[in-house]
Design a protein around this ligand. Structure first.
Ligand code: IFG
Length: 507
């Protein structure tokens, strides 16, 4: 503790005050994503003590905060049933307008988070978390004091869709690893997790009416190692963990390409009635569902039906990318029918932007993954777009040529590159109002462990999170790199194996 105190005093000199002074609370200026407005109250500090309790008008909204504080402070941090005079209150009144808006007020005597929904309160709590001492994220009890800087934050997101994607098909990742990733992205107000559940190398979700998809199609991975798959209970555990952190799961079944695992599992799905072998390489574009067979659409309907039934979120992703082995006319026929099937199961379609080559439903969302700022078909499609340009947001791209993990087909992406674009103006000719938000895909051809995921996602994911949340008027690399540098002590406490980019001064 002394070392941390000395470090903090070195970083935030208290005007020569004797070393006995309590550690200075973290400044409002370190919050990521940067809030719409953050007004510190000079000299005002709230101290969390053994007497601090939490009251929440949205059941559950205070639970994570209570658990986090109990674990690191050792204090009881009870959830109480009426607003405490000097505790932490999460209220569903008095917030600025907006589904996810919040107001955070820290005074010497209380902390109040105001929102219009559980989501708003959750967002305010994530900002509060970043104002707690770094040690607050410790898994074990740490000495205090537990000081929070006083002031007011009034905030709301620029975009409704702020996503991360995890490819669990090329390499399989356990429920625990996915839960840990959800915990990490939620701290930066990411509110959607897109799970890439199927591909050539693996099928990762049980479908009762087609059991071999998981048991056989999920039995291996890139490189030939053991694969794996989620039972429906596993998937529902992931959905629940995410929901408690204001994260909605978007499942993807990639079709008609990227389907070797399904085709290998059932010979009858193949046009020639012959099942190809399981595939453990990293090529793309060689597989296609048999768009001419009626069985294919029965398959799609049953797969989508079972997945939709355990997916509370509004979106279902049908993939649609790199269908090089599907004739364009057949691709359009298939995608148009697949969209109708998804809609019939009550979900809104998301597809990689290739789906604009079919006839996207008015509600279908195109996910842009191009490497340039020009794609007139997408810009003129008249559909909502999620911005995931591969040359800016693909977290599996190497940081630089020396990065041991990742790929380079879309170029290398250092932190400044990941931050250096405007989702609202990136695609030439796309009206800014058509942008639904952003997403940072993490493809796993070259990634095998949780540490691999963390190394590629941090520090670039917080950059994408800030592009999705903060007003573009706040966009400033010098300011952002300073805020980012102040995140690293928390990542060390959380055990996040981040890449210490030389572009940032890490605290
Ligand atoms: N493109 C493929 C992914 C993955 C990626 C790796 C999309 C939409 C290259 N399709 O990105 O399956 O292989 O960077």
């Amino acid at each position: 503790m002394k070392a941390i105190l000395a470090l903090l005093l070195a970083l935030y000199p208290l005007g020569g005050v004797a070393e006995a002074a309590a550690a200075a609370p973290l400044p409002f200026s370190s919050i990521v994503p940067v809030p719409v407005t953050a007004t510190p109250a000079a000299g005002v500090t709230y101290e969390i003590t053994a007497a601090t309790t939490i009251y929440s008008e949205a059941p559950g909204a205070g639970d994570q905060l209570a658990q986090l504080l109990r674990r690191s402070t050792g204090y009881p941090v009870a959830i109480v049933t009426s607003p405490p005079a000097s505790g932490i209150s999460l209220l569903l009144s008095g917030a600025p307008a907006g589904a996810e808006a919040y107001q955070l007020d820290v005074t010497a005597s209380s902390i109040v988070v105001r929102g219009n929904s559980a989501a708003g309160l959750f967002n305010g709590v994530q900002t509060l978390r970043q104002l707690l001492p770094y040690a607050a994220d410790s898994q074990t009890v740490q000495p205090g004091p537990w000081l929070v800087a006083g002031g007011r934050v009034v905030d709301q997101p620029r975009y409704a869709y702020r996503g991360a994607m995890l490819d669990v098909a090329r390499h399989f990742f356990s429920v625990d690893t996915v839960r840990a990733y959800i915990d990490q992205i939620a701290l930066y107000k990411i509110n959607y997790l897109h799970l890439h559940l199927s591909d050539d190398q693996g099928w990762r979700i049980v479908v009762d009416s087609w059991p071999r998809l998981a048991t056989y199609g999920g039995s291996t991975a890139v490189g030939g190692g053991p694969g794996g798959y989620y039972t429906k209970a596993d998937y529902q555990a992931i959905v629940a963990h995410a929901a408690a952190r204001n994260v909605t799961i978007v499942p993807e079944i990639d079709m008609p390409g990227h389907t070797n695992a399904a085709l290998a599992s059932y010979a009858e799905l193949n046009c020639n009635g012959v099942a190809p072998p399981l595939y453990t390489g990293t090529d793309v574009g060689f597989s296609s569902l048999c768009t001419a067979k009626e069985l294919t659409y029965t398959f799609v309907d049953q797969v989508i039906g079972e997945l939709a039934a355990i997916t509370p979120g509004p979106y279902l992703h049908i993939g649609g990318d790199e269908a090089a082995s599907t004739l364009p006319a057949d691709y359009a026929t298939f995608v148009n029918r697949a969209q109708q099937i998804v809609a019939a199961h009550g979900k809104t379609v998301v597809g990689w932007h290739d789906v604009v080559n079919a006839t996207p439903l008015p509600s279908t969302v195109a996910q842009y993954w191009g490497t340039t700022q020009r794609n007139t078909a997408v810009a003129n499609a008249g559909r909502k777009v999620i911005m995931s340009p591969a040359s800016k947001a693909y977290l599996d791209m190497k940081y630089n040529r020396r990065t041991p993990l990742g790929q380079t087909w879309a170029g290398t992406i250092e932190v400044k590159d990941a931050y250096g674009w405007d989702p609202g103006a990136y695609l030439t000719g796309l009206p800014s109002g058509q942008v639904l938000g952003v997403e940072a895909p993490l493809w796993t051809e070259t990634l095998r462990t949780a540490n691999d995921l963390e190394y590629m996602a941090f520090p670039r994911l917080p950059a994408i999170a800030e592009l999705g949340w903060s007003p573009y008027a706040t966009h400033n690399w010098t300011a952002f790199r300073g805020r980012l540098g102040a995140q690293s002590p928390r990542w060390r406490v959380m055990g996040v194996d981040f890449y210490p980019s030389t572009q940032v001064t890490w605290l």
